[in-house]
Ligand binder design. Structure first.
Ligand code: ATP
Ligand code: MG
Length: 285
């Protein structure tokens, strides 16, 4: 069984890239073979993993071009970089912005990423797609290729309205039959600041606005997150004992349990965590 998760929110700076990197790292630590796909022309995920894109080296842009030309990619290996034993990255650079325009004229233009990732199902247990902060054709491609969507939300003023927008978009993707089985796996509250009354009020406001969408967990704001990114590391590597890293580890463990994928025997976890089951509501699929 292969799971493809789009990490999406059209609002900028909600922790999508940080979340994709952290969850991917933990899932790989738990013995799963994971592919991170940077699907944002800003290429934060590529930068945050410390990956250099040399002139002429292959990126997700080239994978899309190949999928358009041939309808599929038989072997993704030339396009991906190994970050860790079981963690690969399909990187991006600014050139991906051009793909958004080029895709407009493509045949079955919403399905090009799905075609590009077709062979990934035979290799990876989990594919995590880090989406751009927009609901343009790139993000629609990601939502069409995905089995699940995780929505990082930072608890600040317009968060609830933004959440409604992305949930409406998922509904549209399902209704238009682009991806009828797309599941809203849940929301992760990111950059939570529980120290101020305002911070606590905003968290409550977002929780009240969730409706039937599951809350997968809360991740505290921590300076170590940007320190980690500067060093090309995920927070779960840079500060594994921090509350922020542990929250991501718990969310990843809950996802594995939810999918019926337990940690692979014999694999040593480098992200220790006390396993706490987060309540996952039903009825959003
Ligand atoms: N838990 C956290 N604590 C502190 N800073 C964080 C946390 N999570 C993310 N950040 C920082 O917030 C900024 C935005 O995070 P990130 O790049 O993950 O968001 P994004 O949703 O991917 O942004 P974009 O919409 O631009 O792609 C980054 O500088 C990141 O280091
Ligand atoms: Mg990002």
């Amino acid at each position: 069984m292969s799971i493809t998760i789009a990490v999406a929110n059209q609002k900028g700076g909600t922790g999508k890239s940080t979340t994709a990197h952290a969850l991917g790292t933990v899932l790989a630590d738990r013995g799963r073979h994971v592919l991170l796909v940077d699907f944002d022309p800003q290429s934060s995920l590529t930068d945050n993993t410390g990956t250099e894109i040399a002139e002429g080296s292959l990126t997700v842009y080239d994978a899309l071009a190949q999928a358009r030309a041939l309808g599929e990619i038989a072997d993704l290996a030339p396009y991906v970089r190994a970050l860790d034993e079981r963690l690969d990255l399909l990187p991006a650079d600014i050139g991906l912005g051009q793909a958004e325009m080029e895709l407009q004229s493509a045949v079955r233009r919403e399905y090009v990423l799905q075609q590009a990732l077709d062979s990934a199902a035979g290799i990876y247990d989990v594919v995590l797609i880090d989406c751009a902060p927009s609901l343009g054709l790139l993000t629609i491609n990601a939502l069409t290729a995905a089995t699940d969507v995780i929505i990082p939300v930072s608890p600040e003023y317009p968060a609830v309205r933004g959440l409604r927008l992305i949930l409406d978009s998922l509904q549209t993707i399902r209704r238009t039959r682009l991806n009828p089985r797309l599941a809203a796996r849940g929301v992760i509250l990111t950059m939570v600041d529980g120290r101020t009354t305002h911070g606590r009020t905003m968290v409550q406001t977002v929780k009240d606005g969730l409706g039937t969408v599951p809350l997968l967990g809360e991740v505290k704001r921590a300076v170590a997150v940007s320190e980690a990114a500067e060093r090309g590391l995920s927070i779960v590597r840079y500060a594994p004992q921090s509350e922020t890293a542990q929250a991501y580890a718990r969310i990843a463990d809950d996802l594995l349990a939810d999918w019926g994928l337990n940690a692979v025997a014999g694999v040593v976890d480098s992200t220790p965590c006390d396993h706490v089951r987060v309540e996952v509501a039903d009825g959003t699929h």
